[in-house]
Design a protein around this ligand. Structure first.
Ligand code: PBG
Length: 354
């Protein structure tokens, strides 16, 4: 972001404030930045950024199970939900005013294979959950990931040939996956796979099948990050992932490349773009928002959630304060909204007036 040094007030005069000059201990300062911070009413009045419930997208985890919930070891406080519980939680989120949820499936190991066949099953866990939530809670937005990793035996977002992740063959499958999700009632398709050309392919397929109104929120600048570890525990891909994702996800060292990625996704038809992970990439969020002025979202990923929770559970951080501060930072950097596992907790605090 470019900051211009402007003097919003009349230039300070060299003249000394007589009253303060009389005080031996006074510095004779014309501007005292602390004045506006002196009381709560004043701090609220000059506040530049406000976090609201409208800024929240809640990612949640689904599991095909007779039990309502199962705990995720690496994400204390977050459970996998069966479809009935997911419907209840979606209704709760809607009642709190959370605009949208982003469900992710834990797919049974026996249903995973090399080509992600289950991703295209119109009766798979995701499609059934989307239908159930749409039927019961039509007012909440449902954002569905397009990526193959929950469904592949090797844990990659695309299909493999030897050690290579194939781009165009993967895009073909991702497009069919997106159509299955849109048919089930997804409001937004969020391609998180980082294959080249997938936004254009998905847009064309959606339009050709009567889904012109389905939005695309692209994971435009998604980095190959260590912070996804707990998510991979949640969807059960940690143990199965072969190698890493550095041939398709971005190098954490790059910034100009994020601009190129976002430009391409917008050209290809993305309605909204996302930067991921979140807090370690605030500079990218600020740059993207400044450059493109389009709806820009951040994903406060599982590792960021886990860090705050771990420190909080150890008594090393005030978890709620750290949570709110981190989310405010996203807004300040320019994000229009944040995907965060804290969404219901934040919404409850905001509702209580905190
Ligand atoms: C799948 C996907 C991942 C996340 C969202 N979608 C993991 C990955 O790319 O390995 C990570 C979310 C999180 O860590 O909270 N493509």
């Amino acid at each position: 972001m470019a900051f211009r040094v402007v003097q919003p007030f009349p230039a300070p005069q060299a003249r000394q404030d007589e009253a303060s000059a009389q005080r031996a201990d006074s510095l004779g300062l014309t501007r005292r930045m602390r004045r506006n911070r002196k009381a709560d009413w004043s701090r609220r009045l000059v506040r530049e950024t406000v976090l609201t419930t409208n800024d929240l997208i809640w990612p949640l985890f689904l599991i095909d199970s007779s039990q309502a919930r199962s705990a995720i070891a690496w994400m204390p406080g977050v459970d996998r939900l069966n479809i009935e519980e997911a419907v209840r939680q979606a209704a709760h989120a809607a009642s709190l005013g959370i605009p949208a949820i982003a469900p992710f499936p834990f797919v049974e190991k026996s249903l995973r294979d090399a080509t992600a066949t289950e991703a295209l099953n119109t009766r798979n866990l995701m499609c059934r959950a989307v239908r159930a939530i749409k039927a019961e809670v039509p007012q909440i937005g449902i954002i569905c990931d397009a990526a193959l990793d929950p469904y592949t035996s090797h844990g990659h977002d695309g299909v493999m040939e030897g050690e290579r992740i194939l781009n165009d063959a993967s895009v073909h499958i991702l497009t069919q996956q997106a159509l299955a999700l849109a048919d089930a009632g997804a409001d937004v398709i969020a391609p998180s796979d980082m294959m080249d050309g997938r936004v254009a392919a998905i847009r064309a397929a959606l339009d050709a099948s009567g889904h012109e109104e389905v939005q695309i929120m692209s994971y435009a600048a998604k980095y190959a990050s260590a912070y996804y570890g707990p998510f991979r525990d949640a969807i059960g891909t940690n143990a199965t992932l072969i190698g890493d994702k550095r041939t398709y996800q971005m190098d954490p060292a790059n910034s100009d490349e994020a601009i190129a990625e976002v430009a391409l996704d917008l050209e290809e038809g993305a309605d909204m773009v996302m930067i991921k992970p979140g807090l370690p990439y605030l500079d990218i969020i600020a740059r993207v928002k400044d450059h493109f002025r389009v709806p820009t979202f951040a994903y406060q990923v599982s590792g960021e959630y886990a860090m705050i929770m771990a420190a909080s559970l150890n008594g090393w951080l005030d978890g709620d304060k750290a949570m709110l501060e981190s989310l405010t930072a996203f807004k300040r950097a320019g994000a229009d909204g944040v995907l965060t596992y804290f969404a219901p907790r934040v919404a409850e605090i905001l509702k209580a007036g905190g």
